[in-house]
Design a protein around this ligand. Structure first.
Ligand SMILES: CC(C)(COP(=O)(O)OP(=O)(O)OC[C@H]1O[C@@H](n2cnc3c(N)ncnc32)[C@H](O)[C@@H]1OP(=O)(O)O)[C@@H](O)C(=O)NCCC(=O)NCCS
Length: 154
């Protein structure tokens, strides 16, 4: 069932939501998951962005992390609760990031087997601009480098 969600930019004071981000991260991407402290540290950096999708019961349904410096941003992670997928929540998080970052070019890496995420990024006009060989471990895998906006690196 579709649910209404709000997108919030978290601060270091949002302890419960930051803890919920780390729990969701462990569930979705166990081999690369960030701890609560890593999420909190991100909110404390001037360049750090942690966006949370929260439903009407104040429950976290998704999050996005990024780092934005002047005209370049790195989208470091995005995840949506399995029960809430295909409802446009990741799309809402990406659109909130576009608003946060203004005209910045946005880069990301994604496992080449992660077709769901690649389809998401393509829908929102990211395009492949490179491959990083054996970028990931557990299991070892190439990363597809994608970019939103600006001119291609190659
Ligand atoms: C990838 C992920 C964040 C997508 O979240 P979501 O909220 O379900 O995505 P949305 O509903 O906003 O989907 C937007 C578009 O992405 C694509 N997409 C998302 N999930 C898809 C799937 N399972 N199969 C095919 N396309 C998919 C579609 O184009 C979709 O548009 P449509 O529903 O109109 O067809 C979610 O599946 C997830 O948390 N995966 C595990 C974590 C992960 O892999 N993160 C990426 C790390 S790089």
């Amino acid at each position: 069932m579709m649910q209404k969600v709000d997108i919030l930019k978290l601060s270091s004071q949002d302890t419960e939501l930051l803890k919920a981000c780390s729990v969701l991260d462990r569930l979705c991407l166990p081999s690369e998951a960030w701890s609560f402290e890593s999420f909190r540290a991100e909110t404390e950096k001037p360049s750090g962005i942690v966006l949370a999708a929260v439903n009407q019961d104040s429950v976290l349904t998704g999050f996005l992390t990024a780092s934005c410096i002047i005209d370049t941003a790195d989208l470091t992670n995005i995840a949506v609760s399995p029960a809430c997928r295909r409802q446009g929540i990741a799309g809402m998080l990406l659109q909130a990031l576009f608003s946060e970052c203004g005209q910045a070019d946005i880069f990301l890496e994604v496992r080449e087997s992660n077709q769901n995420a690649i389809a998401l990024y393509q829908k929102y006009q990211f395009r492949q601009v490179g491959i990083r060989k054996n970028f990931y471990h557990n299991p070892e895998e190439n990363a597809i480098l994608m970019q939103y906006g600006g001119n291609s690196l190659c």
